[in-house]
Design a protein around this ligand. Structure first.
Ligand code: NAI
Ligand code: PYR
Length: 371
């Protein structure tokens, strides 16, 4: 199989979908790899390193798409990439289709097989290709929140950890999964007063256990969320229902109760956002805006800013699945691997992921019907 890796074009997206180690693994398995020129530079990987590992370098994204059976990317394709899809091509990347009707329509029209990193799911519910980026974004959410709380960035001028004699800032994390746990870890490490809200009592029990009672846990319901949001200096949105649009758990009237200069970082923006007052997806160039006196941050590719770490963390987990897809072809690979099968969101012009079909009001076709 010929595997193509275009350069990412989203604002400040410096990650790349394959490292030289991935190229070598593909070549060792009898495949060919085409990398768009300079695709790795943002992650500190040169064309020469890819060539030494056995890749060919293409001058343009069009050459990569035209010449490849499988495209590996990091972020969901942007509008200027839709025309590059070839009918029947395999696309392996983050897709986040539930909030993206136009991208979904383009993939369906071209009968692209879209396998989304974020919905590949193990039997225990874990999302192995989302987790490393959630670790990165969860940790970044507190680092970014701490900056935005500074007066010069529009914040109320509060130091997360406080100092002796002055109380620490209150950090409220809605969603206690991978993002939430990593946000809590960083916030606690900086000395903040941390509360995590989740809908799963088992998850809250686990968090209480691992943090040794040094954070507070709360059951997710609108009463508790309203009370916690009102007091929060930094609010982190971190909920997920796999594949689906994020539930808007924090309502506009709750945000209005926050003190001026408080900060919201909605990490769940890639699934449409979990905070009602988040009305746009922002970019690393212009990451935050003010609404009701509160600083809002809603960048959908947070890990792109720490690309070197993120590229290696992401490709560590994507490569074994990519090799299965290349070795067996996607149909046999998903028949053999139930976790990978859950990644198939669109195939043969049909939507094969229930939550995406429901959110976009499209007919749902069970994957078995297109295999
Ligand atoms: N903006 C960005 O750059 C990035 C965004 N993300 C996104 O962050 C979000 C969270 O990802 P993960 O932590 O990996 O997901 P996860 O599945 O590990 O955690 C989600 C948590 O939300 C909880 N939850 C579900 N419904 C809830 C409700 N009604 N109330 C409270 N909690 C609820 C679940 O019980 C679970 O513990 C996803 O949308 C993911 O795509 C991840 C990485 C980067
Ligand atoms: C998860 C995701 O969309 C990202 O890492 O950008």
């Amino acid at each position: 199989m010929i595997v193509g890796v275009p350069k990412e074009i989203k604002n400040n997206e410096n990650r790349v979908a394959m490292t030289p180690a991935g190229v070598k693994a593909m070549i060792d398995n009898g495949h060919q790899v085409i990398i768009e020129t300079n695709a790795g530079l943002g992650s500190g990987i040169t064309n020469e390193e890819y060539i030494a590992a056995g890749a060919k370098i293409a001058a343009t994204a069009k050459e990569v798409f035209d010449g490849s059976d499988m495209i590996m990317k990091v972020k969901e394709p942007l509008k200027q990439e839709y025309d590059l899809f070839k009918e029947g091509q395999l696309l392996f990347t983050y897709l986040h289709l539930a909030p993206e009707p136009e991208l979904t329509a383009a993939l369906l029209e071209k009968k692209v097989t879209g396998i989304a990193y974020e919905t590949i799911q193990l039997d225990n519910g874990a999302l192995p290709l989302l987790s490393p980026m959630s670790e990165v974004a969860g940790r970044m959410s507190v680092q970014i929140g701490a900056h935005l709380l500074e007066k010069t960035f529009g914040g109320k001028g509060v130091l997360l950890g406080g100092v002796p004699g002055v109380p620490a800032a209150k950090v409220v994390v809605v969603g206690g999964g991978i993002v939430g746990t990593n946000a809590a870890k960083m916030a606690m490490g900086l000395g903040a007063d941390v509360t995590i809200i989740d809908v799963s009592v088992d998850r809250l029990r686990y968090l209480d256990d691992i943090f040794g009672g040094r954070i507070k846990t709360m059951m997710s319901n609108s009463y508790n969320i309203a009370a916690a949001v009102k007091e929060a200096d930094l609010l982190v949105g971190a909920v997920l229902i796999p594949g689906a649009k994020a539930p808007k758990l924090v309502k506009e009237d709750m945000v209005k109760t926050m003190k001026p200069g408080s900060v919201i970082v909605d990490v769940a923006i890639d699934q449409g956002g979990s905070i009602e007052t988040i009305d746009r997806v922002t970019t690393h160039d212009n990451p935050s805006y003010e609404k009701y006196g509160v600083v809002h941050y809603s960048v959908a590719n947070m890990p792109g800013a720490v690309a070197r770490t993120s590229t290696y963390a992401l490709t560590n987990v994507t490569l074994p699945y990519a090799v299965q897809l290349a070795n067996k072809g996607w149909v046999q690979a998903v028949k053999d691997n139930g976790a990978l099968a859950k990644g198939v969101n669109v195939a043969a012009g049909k939507c094969t992921y229930k939550a995406v079909a429901d959110d976009l009001k499209l007919p749902f076709t069970p994957l078995a019907d297109v295999l």
